[in-house]
Design a binder for this molecule. Structure first.
Ligand code: SF4
Length: 227
């Protein structure tokens, strides 16, 4: 279900002025999760009806809607929610951890997505730090291939915390996403909401480390961005 929405965002949807809507509930337990209050939460601050009413009134000001979480693909109402947004003429970007490829496939088949941002948490051998079961880890690869072949705009992205991921891990990640259009490296930043403070630490990831990864992977993907 919808938890809440940010009326205007200039940073959540590349190239667009967007509204960002947060869906509660997640099947992962990423140690650095900033939205950890959303993982188990089952409550709504502003309802779907309020959100749709807001969108209806902002047709001339907002280009698109970024749907994030939590993990939006776990929500039964996601398909109809996106359909309603598309019917109003907005572009839709979906943020996902990639654990529900069948949901992505249905949305892609019905032309309901314009942009997907999928997190690549780690190489497969370290996904156990993030996902709670092996089935979810196996589904990640299926989602990567679906997205690469989707024909829509997309990015894969990794939050980089050098206490969790080393340079070797990025060689393995590159094998997973090799040939992809866009890969984004996001520096880990500490906040009070971080799920596992002991594992993640309080130090922000060094930009030199991000540049080192970027240099190492430059021949594997079309474009690498540091955010
Ligand atoms: S996928 Fe990870 S970072 Fe995203 S909401 Fe779930 S636990 Fe948090």
């Amino acid at each position: 279900m919808i938890y809440d929405y940010l009326p205007v965002s200039m940073v959540d949807y590349p190239g667009k002025i967007a509204t960002t809507v947060f869906i509660s509930g997640c099947n992962f337990v990423c140690p650095y999760c900033h939205n950890s209050q959303l993982i188990r939460l089952k409550k709504t601050v502003r309802s779907e009806a309020e959100f749709m009413e807001y969108l209806n009134k902002r047709k001339n000001l907002i280009d698109g809607v970024c749907i994030t979480g939590g993990e939006p693909t776990l929500w039964d109402g996601l398909y109809n929610f996106i359909k309603d947004i598309k019917d109003l003429g907005f572009s839709v970007k979906l943020d996902t951890n990639g654990s529900r490829p069948e949901v992505l496939e249905r949305l892609l088949n019905d032309d309901l997505l314009d942009y997907i941002a999928m997190d690549i948490k780690a190489p497969k051998n370290k996904y156990g730090l993030f996902a709670k079961n092996n089935e979810d880890i196996e589904r990640i690869v299926k989602s990567i291939n679906l997205i690469k072949n989707s024909g829509i705009d997309y990015e894969f992205r990794t939050t980089v915390n050098d206490k969790i991921l080393g340079l070797d891990d990025f060689t393995s990640i590159a094998d997973l996403i090799s040939g992809c259009r866009r890969y984004v490296l996001q520096a880990y930043k500490y906040s009070d909401g971080v799920l596992d403070k002991d594992l993640c630490g309080e130090k922000q990831c060094d930009v030199e480390f991000l540049n080192e990864i970027k240099e190492m992977l430059k021949d594997k993907v079309d474009e690498i961005l540091i955010r």
